[in-house]
Design a protein around this ligand. Structure first.
Ligand SMILES: Nc1ncnc2c1ncn2[C@@H]1O[C@H](COP(=O)(O)OP(=O)(O)OP(=O)(O)O)[C@@H](O)[C@H]1O
Ligand SMILES: [Mg+2]
Length: 318
């Protein structure tokens, strides 16, 4: 990833470095918990199948705020289990909950994810019969539903209960039980708790807010590792506690947002030239992505602890 700074195609080279950086997956505690839980469930399911014993499938609920990294983490985890094109079986299928999340639309999306799209929508019962048939045919052991909190919004209680019951029945199905991975915002927790039978079958994995006090050392290493990938040194100030607190604050305490900010800061440095990533690059990246004035830029403001990065968009002055 060396960058010929004098090249005419400098923007292209910088863009290529940024694309590489964005493709990199940074490991974190929430991901380690998710992977461990998934591997336990998958191993048990395979063992039960090998022994010819029936099992009731279990699920994992990945819960975190926007930007915590749920979609990225589940995608990274499942990448080696998703089928290649043309493969007859698939241990895992993944899809995003559609809007509106009616039973019919969810079933339709699921058929798409299984590789059996339907142009005309037949009745809900027919769709779900096909879903059950294909889940078994393709030997799908786990289904991932992203944005799963949407299953519980903007629809009638009757529809909500129908969706929840149908998902539960996939897990309890005698002939081919399917485990569920639901990822979503904290409302997902209340959705699962609506039904104690469902809640009991799920293992929660929470993507907790990050803090400089708890994981300052890790954060520093991540900044360093990303810098090194772009052949940049990191200024010594980036290891200081105050900078790490500013970075966490500017990321609204969310891991994924922090990574985005680090990559954006690196881009600023690459455009500015020079070999060292500095605090000013983070300030510039935050300014560019939010449009805020320096007085409310968490990398510049004195009272940065009170700034809510979620509210700082489009030049809002607090
Ligand atoms: N582990 C990671 N390694 C590298 N980058 C990450 C990681 N997790 C998240 N990101 C970055 O953060 C961005 C936001 O993450 P992601 O979309 O996974 O969050 P989310 O929790 O699914 O948010 P939402 O609830 O809004 O869908 C991603 O586009 C990616 O750039
Ligand atoms: Mg997401």
């Amino acid at each position: 990833m060396t960058l010929p700074l004098a090249s005419e195609n400098r923007a292209d080279h910088i863009a290529a470095v940024v694309v590489e950086l964005r493709a990199f997956f940074a490991h974190h505690e929430g991901y380690a918990m998710l992977r461990e839980q998934f591997e336990i469930l998958l191993a048990e399911r395979r063992a039960a199948l090998a022994a010819g014993r029936p099992v009731e499938a279990r699920g994992i609920a990945v819960i975190g705020d926007t930007g915590s990294g749920k979609t990225t983490a589940v995608r990274h985890l499942l990448r080696s289990y998703l089928p290649e094109a043309g493969e007859a079986t698939a241990e895992v299928a993944s899809f995003q909950v559609p809007s509106p999340a009616t039973l019919k639309h969810v079933g339709h999306e699921l058929l798409n994810a299984l590789g059996y799209p339907m142009n005309r929508l037949p009745t809900t019962a027919i769709i779900w019969d096909k879903v059950r048939f294909h889940l078994r045919e393709r030997q799908v052991k786990f289904l991932h539903l992203d944005e799963a909190q949407d299953l519980a919004i903007s629809q009638s209680d009757r529809e909500k209960i129908a969706v929840v019951n149908t998902l539960k029945s996939l897990m309890q199905n005698n002939s081919w039980p399917v485990g569920l991975i639901l990822s979503g915002m904290p409302d997902l927790r209340s959705m699962l708790n609506m039904d104690p039978q469902l809640a009991r079958r799920f293992h929660p994995v929470e993507f907790q807010p990050i803090s400089a006090a708890r994981s300052g050392g890790n954060i520093m290493q991540i900044v360093h590792a990303y810098g090194a990938k772009a052949c940049l040194e990191t200024a010594s100030g980036l290891g200081e506690r105050e900078f790490l607190e500013r970075l966490v604050q500017a990321s609204a305490h969310e891991f994924g947002r922090m990574i985005e900010l680090i990559v954006n800061a690196i881009r600023e440095r690459l455009y500015a030239g020079g070999a060292t990533l500095e605090a000013g690059d983070f300030a510039a990246a935050f300014r560019r992505s939010t449009g805020v004035v320096d007085g409310v830029n968490p990398f510049i403001a004195d009272q940065f602890q009170h700034l809510d990065a979620r509210m700082l968009r489009g030049g809002v002055e607090l």
